[in-house]
Design a protein around this ligand. Structure first.
Ligand SMILES: Nc1ncnc2c1ncn2[C@@H]1O[C@H](COP(=O)(O)OP(=O)(O)OP(=O)(O)O)[C@@H](O)[C@H]1O
Ligand SMILES: [Mg+2]
Length: 333
């Protein structure tokens, strides 16, 4: 398809240009969107000029790294670069390298009148439990001179003793209106015309992940400064909800072969893998008016099974055909 080649070239260009997620990353805690349960407390820390060890947990693209850096910047102002050590735990899983770096960093006194330094350990849930055991001692050893900010997607993967040494903050997927405001602001400052239904499409594809939303906007805008709904769906490997509704309707009314052809068309047109299709169908299903509640429940159960089989390595074509035939059976009048 022409669009595929075009999109690849554009994504390449977009990556070469400054990423909007970085360019528009809030610099101070005040500018972070949403997260009302978190931001008030972080502002209080910024005003006090001090904070305990912190653990930020929550889904991708919701502001954890942004908040860690913004808070440090708010506390240390101009000397913030000298007082923060950033480490990505998924690159440096070996505790020895962390220990050495921490020691090295902690040895020199804080600059610019600060009383402590900050060690920001991103993706801390990637550390093995042995490494976490050692980290817990390091946190104690250096707590006089260093505060740790840990960020992770799953707090359950961080051992209890570390959690109990930290104030834990839970980040939530961003609300639709917060995503809408941020992408409208970015569109305004980047000279992009964003249609209202394109904004809705970005909200739909991003599912509360603001990084995904901004990236979708940038990729589409590099193709055309006038961003439309169709452009968003074409460039994000997402099928518009009505296509998924039509697939379900075909299962209900037309039977297996037409429904299967429709499924194939959707996969080809939007470049979806089987698991993408299943996840998107699952989301779209809830707004489908012609489905009864019990059918939605059964469909959910069925999609979960197919998803599991695909992840376990089941053949995609066969699994999707089986799914299609099961949906036809379930929905046929
Ligand atoms: N709450 C927010 N307010 C404003 N911008 C945000 C927010 N959350 C995310 N962003 C935007 O998305 C980008 C990525 O966010 P960030 O790096 O903070 O995500 P994260 O929560 O650390 O995700 P991950 O779990 O993948 O590390 C930021 O550079 C910023 O542009
Ligand atoms: Mg992060």
């Amino acid at each position: 398809m022409v669009i595929d080649g075009q999109v690849k070239a554009v994504i390449g260009r977009a990556l070469m240009a400054k990423m909007w997620v970085e360019k528009h990353r809030p610099q101070t805690v005040d500018d972070i969107r949403g997260q009302p349960a978190v931001i008030g407390r972080l502002k209080a820390y910024a005003e006090q000029g001090s904070f305990p060890h912190l653990l930020f947990a929550g889904p991708p693209g919701t502001g954890k790294t942004t908040a860690a850096i913004a808070l440090t910047r708010d506390v240390f102002q101009d000397s913030f670069r000298d007082n923060i050590l950033e480490m990505n735990a998924s690159d440096e899983r070996g505790l020895d390298s962390i220990r050495n770096k921490v020691k090295q960093f902690a040895k020199t006194s804080p600059l610019g009148g600060a009383t402590f330094k900050v060690i920001f350990l991103d993706e801390a849930d990637a550390l093995t439990s042995d490494a976490q055991g050692a980290l817990r001692r390091i946190m104690e050893q250096y707590s006089e001179t260093c505060r740790f900010i840990l960020s992770c997607n799953y707090s359950s993967k961080v051992i209890e003793p570390i959690q109990s040494r930290c104030a834990v903050f839970r980040f939530r997927p961003l609300a639709n209106d917060q995503i809408a405001k941020q992408i409208s602001d970015i569109s305004g400052s980047e000279g992009v015309t964003l249609d209202d239904d394109a904004k809705e499409a970005i909200i739909n594809v991003s599912q509360g992940d603001l990084r995904k939303a901004i990236t979708a906007l940038q990729v589409a805008a590099s193709l055309d400064k006038h961003v439309t709904r169709a452009l968003i769906y074409e460039t994000t490997a997402t099928a518009p909800p009505e296509q998924l509704h039509d697939f379900l309707l075909a299962c209900k009314r037309d039977g297996f072969h037409p429904a299967r052809r429709r499924l194939q068309t959707i996969l080809d047109k939007f470049g979806l893998a089987g698991t993408d299709f299943i996840n998107q169908l699952h989301r779209a299903m809830y707004d489908t008016e012609f489905l009864e509640e019990i059918q939605k429940l059964e469909l959910t159960e069925m999609l979960a099974q197919v998803d599991f089989r695909l992840v376990e390595g089941g053949g995609e074509a066969l699994q999707l055909d089986a799914m299609c035939s099961n949906i036809c059976r379930l929905l046929s009048d």
